[in-house]
Every structure is written in C-alpha cells, then in structure tokens.
Write a protein that binds this ligand. Structure first.
Ligand code: GAR
Length: 248
C-alpha cells in the first residue's frame, strides 16, 4: 500500500487504544489514517476523542436492532462507506455474527486483555488473579468466527504482584496495550502483517529487524516502574517471502 491505509475503529468505551493509534497515525509512525470511529454505546469518551481529531464518528446503538444480524448489517453498511483497508476493534464489547466476521476476514484486528488462549471472554483480570497466575497480559489477534480465537500476532506480558487488585492490574495492562496495538496496526498498514490460512504472516523485514535475542520477546520498561515483555508470533518462522516492505 503506497497510500495511507484507511482504518475504521470500532469502540464501546474510553477509547484509550483508539487514542494510541490516532497519535501514531498523526505522527507518521503508522502509515494509515483513522477515517471513521463507530461506537455501539452512546456517550462514550471514545466518540469525544474522535471529535477532537476531526474524525467522522457515529453511534450505532445495538439496542435499536431486533437481532445481531440486523445490527451487523447496519454496521457493515456504514463501515463500507469508508472503504477500509483495516478494521480495528478497540474495546468493542459486542460479539459479531459469523457473516460479518467472514466478510472482513484478514482485515480485522482485535485487542483482548489476556494472554490468549487463556481467558477468552470477560473478567480476564479477575480470573488471572483468582487463579494466582504469575503473569498476565494482552493479545492482538486477527478476528475469526471463534470468539477471541483468531491467530495471535503479538502479546504483552507483565508480572502480577502479590497485592495486585483488578484495577491496578487493568491499569498496567492498559499501558502495555498502547504499545502493542499501534505496532500491529503499523505492520498491517505497510503490508508487513497478514493472515493467511488462519495463520499470521510477518514480512521478512519485520522479523529481520529484530535481533535473534529479541525475536521472541522484547523487554520494555514502562514509566520506570515495571517491565513488559512483548512476544511476537513468528509462527515457527513462517515469514512472507514475497514481501519487500521496508519498515522505518
Ligand atoms: C481494553 O483493555 C481492551 O483490551 C478491552 O477493552 C479495553 C478497552 O479500553 N477489550 C476487551 O475486553 C475485548 N474483549 P479502551 O476503550 O480505553 O481502548
């Protein structure tokens, strides 16, 4: 893609991940443009964020529809006005119908606050604490019809502290989300990240840009307070041989 990729973002809440992506589009890190923001919930802060950046936004309230399919059909109609290259689910808390997911297969990414395949669904932080897990994190994955079951692109991993509460854990995980989601979007927008045969493919350049040691995890220090490992799914080194994308 030489032109900027058109990105449509679906939200249901605060939109902090949306903000991280908008910021990197505006700074030129992501060769893409958020062309529309859609919320299924009224009065959410994500819609305010879109307005502040002069991004067209709309509310499509799922409560106004009598079936999942009719809501999804309206959603698709609106999305298609913007001819998106990529659809980003950023805290979009709504299960999508199979037809909708299949229509955008390979073009839709989601962020989920757990180390998938652990804890698909809701209350992930609470479940990690209740199970006395030592680590927790967030995953970026392609969306497939199985809920939170599509192939994982990359994950952030942090240590759980003995006295962590759900809120504290959620807050730390959120900070890591703002690192990994823009990274995956950046790769997708230059054609360096694809899904094919339900697997993740990264361009050789992405992989080669990581040193051998860094290939499977990068360690990042956030706020001088905690470190986060970033695990990149290189899928047993299935690099996209065709791609000749040059990353910044
Ligand atoms: C994020 O933590 C994201 O992982 C989670 O919602 C939050 C949205 O925050 N997504 C899910 O739970 C999806 N199942 P944001 O609105 O501030 O980006």
């Amino acid at each position: 893609m030489n032109k900027l990729a058109n990105i449509v973002v679906l939200v249901s809440g605060s939109g902090s991940n949306l903000q991280a992506i908008i910021d990197q589009c505006e700074s030129g890190q992501i060769l893409g443009k958020v062309v529309a923001v859609i919320s299924n919930k009224p009065n959410v802060y994500a819609l305010e964020r879109a307005k502040k950046h002069n991004i067209p936004s709309t509310l499509i309230d799922h409560n106004a529809f009598d079936s999942r399919e009719s809501f999804d059909a309206e959603l698709a109609k609106y999305i298609d006005n913007y001819q998106p290259d990529l659809i980003v689910l950023a805290g979009f808390m709504r299960i999508l119908s199979r037809d909708f997911v299949v229509k955008y297969l390979g073009k839709m990414l989601n962020i989920h606050p757990s180390l998938l395949p652990k804890y698909p669904g809701l209350h992930t932080h609470k479940r990690a604490l209740e199970n006395n897990d030592e680590t927790h994190g967030a995953s970026i994955h392609f969306v497939t019809p199985e809920l939170d079951g599509g192939p994982v692109v990359l994950q952030s991993v942090i240590n759980i502290k003995n006295d962590d509460t759900v809120d504290e854990l959620q807050e730390r995980i959120a900070q890591t989300e703002w690192l990994i989601y823009p990274l995956a979007v950046k790769w997708f927008c230059v054609g360096a990240l694809k899904m094919s045969q339900e697997q993740v493919w990264l361009s050789k350049e992405v992989v080669n840009n990581l040193t051998n040691l860094q290939r499977f995890y990068l360690k990042t220090t956030l706020n001088d307070e905690f470190t986060c490992q970033i695990i990149i799914n290189t899928n047993g080194a299935k690099y996209d041989e065709e791609s000749s994308v040059k990353l910044n």
